[in-house]
Design a protein around this ligand. Sequence first.
Ligand SMILES: [Zn+2]
Length: 296
Amino acid sequence: MNVEELLTDKNIQFKHSGNDLIIRCLNPEHEDKNPSLRIDKITGKFHCFSCGFSGNIYKLFRVKNDLINSKILELKEKISSFTSVKLNIPLTADYFNSEFRGISAETYKRFKAFKDISDKDFDGRIVFPILDPYDNIIAFHGRYMYSNADPKYLTKPAKTTLPLYPIYPDQIIDSSVILVEGFFDMLNMYDKGLKNTICTFGVSLVSRSDKGNSKLKKKFAHLKLQGISKLYILFDGDKAGKDGASKLKSALKDSYSIEILDLDEGVDPGSLSHSDITSIKEYLYDKNSNSRQVSQ
Ligand SMILES: [Zn+2]
């Protein structure tokens, strides 16, 4: 019996969210109006992001996990033991559910944005969990929401080496993705229809100490494995963006077909309007382009 069958059998309504199913909290003490208990479809592990109720759905209902699933479970556990840091969205997280800076609530939901006033580092910030390729949270990335705070962006833990994000984009169009510098650049592009946009967290991807760019290539290997062969680089329209883009292009030119898209001086992808982004989409991809939707 898999998790979906189990829930159906128990008359529990669920909805899909990535690798999880979401149901109303099973803790009888918790009146869960907006379902906040997530269950991993394979492992059956669950956690309520509101009250912290957690456990294993199979054990809770005294149902055996499939043999195949338990093999996968073992593998999953092995994989996760290799990752150094695993974080959880804080129980005090207040999930973001409105429009902000012209980006829709749906896009914020997709990237699990939250606020957390109980954490002094995050107070006044909109925070995003950053996932590694195993879907483990390895860091939180927070942007100050009001006026100009210093620093505008804050990553916690501070010295985390950030991956490309999302490493598994929701869409791949014509075997290509679009690389942008900042998290909000990615959100804006995603929100306005280019869901194959990936954030690089800055322009300094190429470093002299990285012999033969081997670390950089490893970082991009996940894209190659997904069948991505073309990279469009859409960095900010300033000197740093232009320099970063040309260095990245020469570092990865043997692995990918790369095109640098120039923005006007002072323009960044986060400030592009819906019609700007539609124009970019039409310029890059004609109507017959092949879009591979990736189910989340
Ligand atoms: Zn709960």
